[in-house]
Design a protein around this ligand. Structure first.
Ligand code: HEM
Length: 523
């Protein structure tokens, strides 16, 4: 009892958001003790109306997520060479230098509270608060993607989400889209293998997926791909293990990350890069800017550049994680965009959605604001809670250039800009080296036996409940990748259909209208 009394003594007084002490937080003001309620009850009306507005729109993709804070420590080298040979980005220079960061991991298709056991890529988004402003590396756990052109992204996501009429998840819709998008064969091969369900966020890899550039002191650039490797090791779940966990806990991955950090078991990832000259690379049988492809490690080795440690949990999930806003356009000096057309489409989409999801002043929020000083003329809009000092010395001049004062452009300095040149006609056209199946076949053959068995089983179960036209199109894609791969999926579908008939479960068979499927993906 004595302990409780002490705690009460330390308690802070509850106030309204206007700073008034709240003397009764239990009873609304009424006429007599049995009501009716009065309208001038300021504290009650503020409390309820704020509650009514507590949620912001969830992310249109990657809505379910977890995040944490920590730091990046650079090795000052890329492999054995000084990092300055390839990039002047300060975040990588000076061995041992630490840069604060935050990370958000996520699933893709499910909504904000959906199970974290879904077969789905996992988001791996990192925001580094560097001395030159923010750098975001918005990646996934898998190193490749379903499509290579940003134009297809909205259709892809529509197909992956629930049926728009019934709101029932239906894998047939996803395979319908994918069967008309042969470039997805490689990603589907990873997604339906055990890599499609990472055991936890701590035990998964990360990758920038798209190709970026590193720019050196002379303004010359190389192509670069980023990869995060978990020091905890890689662990995935079989479908059966995932089903078991999902029956007990729909937030196991968030819980795992939070508890590990609370207990001081700080997760770490090493950052590797692959480097390539920025060229057409005739010797390759694929386009190096095609994000459905891996860069072969024997030709483009993984070179370590630093490590990331996560050592702090969010104090407030909504403020620090839900409102976090990452974007592929957020690069610092020493980095640039490649001509990867997915990357360019992404770069528009992120900040665009954040202006809607979080608001025009989303970059003012502490989690999104850089740790460097801001001086900008981009003011006003809703929730403009700027520090007046941002306007510089002359608050009357909110434009640039001016002879009367106000903010001025930074010095261009000595450093030459990177200036890629182009000489080609504008067009809407597919790339000239699609090679949709080569690497999908290699990935299939590189899996261990049990991983291949899982892949075939997961694909067969999911495809068995799809329309026959979709089944044959998918079998054809897998056969093009590897003859055995296609044959085994075909046999797997036949076996599953036989089982369904024997168990009198024909109502689950294809031929129904979309939306009526009772099977979950991979179940
Ligand atoms: C989130 C668009 C491809 C990784 C998002 C969001 C949008 C989006 C609109 C929601 C952002 C927010 O509300 O803050 C696109 C488009 C793509 C694309 C248009 C293709 C053209 C990719 C690819 C990757 C990826 C290839 C992996 C490298 C992520 C991640 C998030 C995300 C990790 C969640 C970021 C967070 O935790 O807040 N994407 N995306 N996206 N996307 Fe993409």
């Amino acid at each position: 009892m004595a302990e409780n009394k002490d705690k009460n003594a330390e308690r802070k007084t509850l106030t309204t958001r206007q700073g008034h002490p709240v003397t009764d937080n239990q009873n609304i003001r009424t006429i007599g003790d049995r009501g009716p309620a009065t309208l001038e009850n300021y504290h009650f009306i503020e409390k309820i109306s704020h509650f009514d507005r507590e949620e912001v729109p969830e992310r249109v993709v990657h809505a379910r997520g977890a995040g944490a804070f920590g730091y990046f420590e650079t090795y000052g080298k890329v492999g054995d060479e000084p990092v300055e040979k390839y990039t002047r980005a300060k975040v990588f220079s000076g061995a041992g230098k630490k840069t604060p960061l935050m990370v958000r991991f996520s699933t893709v298709a499910g909504s904000k509270d959906s199970p974290e056991t879904e077969r789905d890529p996992r988001g791996f988004a990192v925001k580094m608060y560097t001395e030159d402003g923010n750098w975001d590396l918005v990646g996934n756990n898998l190193k490749i993607f379903f499509i290579r052109d940003a134009m297809k992204f909205p259709d892809m996501i529509h197909a992956f989400k629930a049926d728009p009429a019934s709101n029932v998840p239906n894998p047939q819709r996803m395979f319908d889209f994918v069967s008309r998008s042969p470039e997805a064969t490689h990603m589907i091969t990873f997604l339906f293998s055990p890599y499609g369900i990472p055991a936890t966020y701590r035990h998964m890899q990360g990758s920038g997926v798209n190709t970026y550039k590193w720019v050196d002191e002379k303004g010359e650039a190389v192509l670069v791909k980023y990869h995060w490797e978990p020091k905890q090791g890689i662990r995935n779940l079989t479908q059966e293990e995932a089903n078991y966990i999902q029956g007990k806990n729909t937030g196991h991955a968030t819980q795992d990350l939070y508890e590990a950090i609370e207990q001081g078991d700080y997760p770490e990832w090493e950052l590797f890069v692959q480097i390539m000259e920025d060229d057409y690379h005739e010797e390759l049988d694929f386009d190096p800017l095609d994000d459905t492809k891996l860069w072969p490690e024997d030709k483009f080795p993984w070179l370590p550049v630093g490590k990331m440690v996560l050592d702090r949990n969010p104090v407030d999930y909504h403020a620090e994680i839900e409102q976090a806003a990452f974007g592929t356009g957020v690069l610092v000096d020493g980095m640039d965009f490649s001509d990867d057309k997915m990357l360019q489409g992404r770069t528009f989409s992120y900040s665009d959605t954040q202006r809607y999801r979080v608001g025009a002043n989303y970059l003012k929020l502490p989690v999104n604001a850089p740790k460097t000083t801001i001086h900008t003329n981009q003011h006003r809009g809703q929730m403009d809670f700027r520090d007046p000092k941002e306007s510089g010395d002359n608050p009357h001049i909110n434009y640039e250039p001016s002879m009367l004062g106000g903010l001025q452009e930074a010095d261009k300095g000595e450093r030459p800009q990177h200036r890629p040149t182009f000489n080609a006609a504008a067009m809407s056209a597919p790339i000239d080296r699609p090679n949709n199946y080569g690497q999908a076949g290699e990935t299939y053959r590189n899996f261990e036996d049990w991983e291949r068995d899982e892949l075939i089983n997961n694909l067969s179960n999911a495809l068995a409940v799809c329309d026959e036209s979709i089944q044959s199109a998918m079998i054809e894609h897998f056969t093009q990748a590897d003859e055995e791969y296609g044959r085994r999926v075909k046999e797997g579908i036949e076996a599953k259909l036989k089982e369904i008939k024997e168990n009198n479960e024909e109502d689950k068979l294809p031929g129904r209208e979309a939306g009526k499927t009772k099977f979950g993906q991979g179940s």
